[in-house]
Write a protein that binds this ligand. Sequence first.
Ligand code: J2J
Length: 541
Amino acid sequence: SPALVPLRQSWPPALVARYRAAGYWRGETLPGVLRERATRFADDIAVVGGEVRLSYAALWQEAGRIGAGLLARGLVPGDRVVVQLGNTPAFVTVVCGLFRAGLIPVYALPAHRITEVRHVLDKAQARGYIAADRQDGFDYRVLARELQALLPALQHVLIVGDAAEFGAVDSLQGDAALLPPDPDPQSVAFLQLSGGSTGLSKLIPRTHDDYIYSFRASNEICGITRDSVYMVALPAAHNFPMSSPGFLGALYAGARVVMSPGPGPDAAFPLIARERVTCVGLVPPLALLWAQAAAATAHDLGSLQVLQVGGAKLVPEAARRVIDSLGCRLQQVFGMAEGLVNYTRLHDPLDVVVGTQGRPISPDDEVLVVDDHGHPVAEGGIGHLLTRGPYTIRAYHNDPAANARSFTEDGYYRTGDMVQQLPGGYLVVRGRAGDHINRAGEKISAEEIEDHLLAHAEVFDAAVVSMPDAFLGERSCAFVIAHGTPPTAASLKAWVRGRGLAAFKVPDQVVFVEAFGTTAVGKISRRELRAQLRERYLEQT
Ligand code: J2J
């Protein structure tokens, strides 16, 4: 098998010195933090889900058992392990187990299917895959069998629950004395997935130092203390519920984490009432759904102090509705798995909370707003958001082409977002330069879906664009030129699904056209083409 591409993430030495001197990077590591909390908060409840309630001491024990068991099976520290688990305590124990063993979690979403998981396994050169037996009607063991047949490097498949022929996470055993010492705080702790506007997901290497800083500082901004109860309602693998402040922030503080099996009011409201949840993060469509359901619910939501909304734009009208119906503080969160996270502060005036997407976590988050040529726009103007700082990556893993596109020569990350910067550093998201669809917070690459459509024998050309959607914020629309008689929209959607993709990537709408009919002289870019199609269609309807 080919040599492992080393995991790396590095900042220039002068910045490393500065981030340390400023106290952002303190040399803490994820296993180190967990060990310390297991002693300090031993009997406090760390994680709740279903019928399971784990204390901090028990979480540490469980993580040790799982980590040592994985090493006993032949995984070695530094190996990458793709984790595809839903919102159960096992998500937390497995990930903490990997940290304890020096193994590198790579986070797949439960919605991902073979095409995506295969890509992630491949790109990460993972030797391990850990999934649930079944969830939401899907059997991950079937997926695991297909993956193993395709990827000889995938030697260790482990299942939470009924493992069939695979290894069972529940019966992992090993010698905790053989667990490695804590890692270098500057080393890569895990690989997060990018939303990805071009093609397939890129892998985001985050270090212990940088990630711990991001959620420790988030705790302060979000008011997370040992008394907090943080609910994971969005898929736990997303960067938002993991780190802004997320379950890791909550564990850092000695707070309680409640795993909600689903993001809707039906699953979450009874748990909020039972566990006295104080903070939860949602995407805008869910926040509106919650606001509506809160008016009629019998469950006591009075413990909620902070409702965070992010992942996609919350328009001011929706923000007001959420504040009025939930009667707790609203916090807007504009973040990205690559790093930079902005928050409105808990005591910001109402117009700021309603009308902006917040300001950066760190005084050392450098934000540039530039025009198409890279020149700073006039104060208050709209432009491309570039950023670098103490928790924003400098490079993707194993992807020189993406790195050349996504980072400037002086290390700024090109976020792809169009923003306006207000006094005080508050940002308003005004749109996007990249061609992805932000469907209720799930990012879909237009290019990726076009490639799948083009693989269909009756498709001559396809352009996938985002359309405004009253509920989702944006939905995906595929414009298709057929070879001869067009297939039905339903059959094309089924085709995309059949390519082994997450359901959220199936086009919401398919529009057949004779031609893309651009009058522009010469060749136009796919970007321009998509924009033209979107505008023409919106004018007609
Ligand atoms: C508009 N667009 C937003 C917002 C993200 C916290 C919160 C969210 C994410 C996240 C995250 C937005 N208004 N409030 O990682 O830690 C869009 C932008 C951004 C992209 C990043 C976190 N909040 N977005 O959503 O990596 O386009 O992270 O660049 O999934 O989501 O997506 P992702």
